[in-house]
Design a protein around this ligand. Structure first.
Ligand code: IMP
Ligand code: MG
Length: 196
């Protein structure tokens, strides 16, 4: 099996224009962990119906893989929050761009996120869904605990990552790189250009 350290920058697709510095999580590692999470969630919600609520757009790839490991009756819905723009830091101001379409009162909701950074987005979203009467748990592919500014309980976590800016497997920088099959570190030059 190809290890992340084997995936030197020359392996990266042409659309990355050499902006990837390192592969953090290879497709095989991600697939194995997603399967484990699916099995754990299936066990925990056995006998109940679950609404899987993806946080657009970053959770799209993770959510679609995770769904196929859930052996439960499920509904799928999405929310979209504006907080990040095209930079690398949360603006701190949150706005619900798209709310849930299904009624949530009394429902078990699994909020599926790509990455938790400061924690503001997911804790605000949890509050919004709880206000609608949902019982909410959080499932995030990645967590950057060093950057946490508000405490969040993450019931299901894929991987902890260091304090670096990552892209791929649904996660973007300025709407790009979501289609990479792995999670990679973006070279600082790639986003520092934006700041100047
Ligand atoms: P938080 O509110 O600071 O926790 O921000 C979470 C959101 O920021 C995630 O949903 C991502 O969209 C985005 N984000 C945080 N870290 C990264 C990263 O390393 N790469 C890409 N997006 C990130
Ligand atoms: Mg996001």
């Amino acid at each position: 099996m190809k290890q992340p350290s084997d995936m030197e920058p020359p392996d990266q697709p042409a659309f990355c224009q050499g902006q990837i510095s390192q592969v953090l999580l290879c497709p095989e590692q991600i697939a194995a962990r997603v399967a484990e999470l699916g099995e754990q969630i299936t066990r925990d919600y056995a006998g109940r119906e679950l609404t899987v609520m993806g946080v657009m757009n970053g959770a799209c790839v993770f959510l679609s893989d995770l769904l196929r490991h859930l052996d439960l009756p499920i509904r799928v819905d999405f929310v979209a929050v504006h907080s990040y723009g095209s930079g690398t830091k949360s603006s701190g101001q949150l706005e619900m761009v798209k709310g849930p379409t299904c009624p949530l009162c009394g429902e078990q909701v699994l909020l599926v996120e790509d990455i938790i950074d400061t924690g503001w987005t997911i804790s605000w979203l949890r509050q919004q869904l709880e206000k609608q009467g949902a019982e909410v748990r959080i499932c995030s592919l990645l967590d950057k605990p060093e950057r946490r500014e508000t405490q969040v309980q993450v019931e299901y976590l894929g991987f902890e990552v260091p304090n670096v800016f990552v892209v791929g497997y649904g996660i973007d920088f300025a709407h790009h790189y979501r289609n990479l099959p792995y999670v990679a570190v973006l070279k600082p030059e790639a986003y520092e250009v934006e700041k100047s």
